[in-house]
Design a protein around this ligand. Sequence first.
Ligand code: LLP
Length: 419
Amino acid sequence: MTTFTRRNGMLHADEVALPDIASAVGTPCYVYSRRHFEAQYQRLRAALNGLDAEICYAVKANSNLAVLRVFAALGAGFDIVSGGELQRVISAGGDPARVVFSGVGKSAEEIDFALKMGIARFNVESAPELERIAARAQLLSRRAAIAIRVNPDVDARTHPYISTGLKSNKFGVPLDQAQALYRRAADSQWLEVHGVACHIGSQITSPAPLLQAFDSLLTLCDDLAAQGIELQHIDMGGGLGVHYHDEPEFDADAYGRSLATRLDGRRLRLALEPGRFLVANGGALLTRIEYLKPAAAAGGHSFAVVDAGMNDLIRPALYQAWHDVQPVAPPAPDAHSGRWQIVGPVCESADFLAHDRELSIAPGDLLAVLGAGAYGMAQSSNYNSRSRPAEVLVEGSRFHVIRRRETILDQLRLELEEA
Ligand code: LLP
């Protein structure tokens, strides 16, 4: 998928030249391609062809309302992890009946909200959570549909911070405790047992660990069926990796085929909760170089100080994530060639977007940080009292602002206003 490409040397998002966006909206600014989101969704749909499968977009990856609208229009369901994300889905016109609610810490208030909105199901992560959901359902006189998220103790072979399927991670119910919990759920008149879920991690580059987890879940389904508890679906979570640098592209078709083989002859629905796969490479963070600080002495570092920082895109600082950084325009004759550290204005040494990039650049140049469509804006903050970037959605040859740039007043309002 080639969303950010050069035309006459100038970097474009689909048909829109990135400098046009920078002039209209300013920097830093997130730029997304609707076409890319749609193509990735269709690609995954095609990979699941022939399977009874639902795709629930993981809202946490990029929760802008306009992005949610794109996926709602494609017919996606949604995976949420908070009441706030449920409100976003509703505000975007998404159907609560297509929402699954994951996460280890659902509050009573969030459970009530979800029950009242009639979500599809809760992915339950512990015994006390199951009790709480049953109690809230009873109080509201509604039955709650549930799946139990099991922790299959599978190594997803990804960064430790985004690995979730090991015994040592806080997520899910250990496999050996799951059956007892299902029996408890099946006994409750307030709970409807629908399925089983897992999510073993993120940015997984091969289907192998996912299939290993899937096999454990199938065995659990069989064991439960023998006890009279028939599950209707398996939710495999998200985790499908994308190409940022030198990692292999996740083979979605092979994943789909392997799932189909395993599901053949079974009356089980499949659900997936992809986030990154659908949006990561459809987004770029557009930033402008404020200053160059060439190395004062041999062996020192040369810094390009840009107007986006770790508060705008924290992935490099938090996960040592590698994002491609491309100059938007061809180098000017007076550009400085060298090996640059791309750093932001935040007062932290961890405030970098990229290390050791060979670039020919000058102050005032625009840079595009690619692969920023997932967990970019969604993980941004106001650290250093920096106002968060604008977001722009490109639709072919047109673009529009889907979130205006924050102002300092936006930040101060909560502290200035009377309670
Ligand atoms: N379902 C559940 C229950 C999850 O916890 C997650 C992600 C997903 C689905 C979507 O996973 P994906 O398809 O995007 O891999 N901030 C990190 C990633 C954290 C992922 C957390 N859970 C990063 O920037 O790499």
